[in-house]
Design a protein around this ligand. Structure first.
Ligand code: ZN
Length: 247
């Protein structure tokens, strides 16, 4: 008898030290039957639980990509690219992580080919420059380097999909996306720990290759606890306010 393992990926990004949001996503991945989690980076920065989030992600023993906040906390990046609030989150994460944690973050890859798709934190054109893909034109630049039908990214904290057939266009917002032959896709999975699309709930996607299907998941969690922990740890008040606004 041949046993077929039904592969289902759970792809998540931008946890940003938000333990409550990460736990909601990990629980949901179990209930959705995810067999292969993948983390697109920015595990740390901004919120109150960098150490706990890093530990949980490492325990998944899954592919993990480097984000710009991971790079900064590992002392590799250029602080001039960060605003004051982001800088406070970086300094907080740095204080709470061990040298071994930082060495782990600094050793993460910028992008990976996994099975028949690609994953990156920001964009495939010069990933080390941390470009933001918000427009069709910016997506076009990344598509030039996309040798697979499908690529997943994060970084902007806004869940959206760009499709390329003749030209590049952003697809209307939808919970499900069925992949069509002859079309390439760049899928931003949104953010777990600090969404910026006016919806505070944690965002991630599942991808079932056998069904050519991507599903967006949005998950409520105990955000009041997250805010209390931000305030209780001495992080700036605006960081607690912005996660509640999804901004
Ligand atoms: Zn981020």
């Amino acid at each position: 008898m041949v046993f077929m393992i039904k592969v289902k990926y759970g792809i998540f990004s931008d946890i940003h030290s938000n333990l409550e949001a990460l736990c909601a996503v990990l629980d949901d991945m179990v209930s959705q039957g995810v067999t292969h989690p993948i983390c697109l980076g920015d595990i740390v920065g901004y919120n109150a639980s960098p150490r706990e989030c890093l530990r949980l992600v490492r325990e998944l023993n899954c592919p993990v990509i480097k984000g710009n906040h991971d790079e900064m906390v590992a002392d590799l990046g250029d602080a001039r690219n960060f605003n004051a609030l982001a800088g406070e989150g970086i300094a907080f994460s740095k204080k709470r992580l061990t040298n071994a944690d930082k060495a782990y973050l600094s050793g993460l890859p910028m992008n990976l080919r996994i099975s028949n798709f690609t994953v990156v934190h920001s964009s495939l054109d010069e990933p080390t420059k941390w470009n933001y893909i918000t427009t069709d034109l910016e997506a076009e630049s990344s598509f030039i380097y996309q040798n697979t039908q499908l690529c997943f990214c994060g970084h902007t904290h806004v869940a959206k999909v760009f499709a390329k057939s003749n030209g590049v266009r952003e697809l209307p917002k939808a919970d499900k996306l069925e992949l069509k032959k002859g079309v390439r896709y760049l899928v931003n999975v949104g953010a777990v720990g600090q969404p910026r699309d006016r919806d505070w709930r944690a965002s991630y996607v599942t991808y079932t290759p056998g069904a050519s299907l991507i599903e967006y998941r949005r998950l409520p969690y105990d955000i009041e606890l997250t805010k209390r922990r931000i305030r209780g740890s001495g992080l700036p008040e605006p960081l607690a306010v912005r996660i509640g606004m999804g901004a």
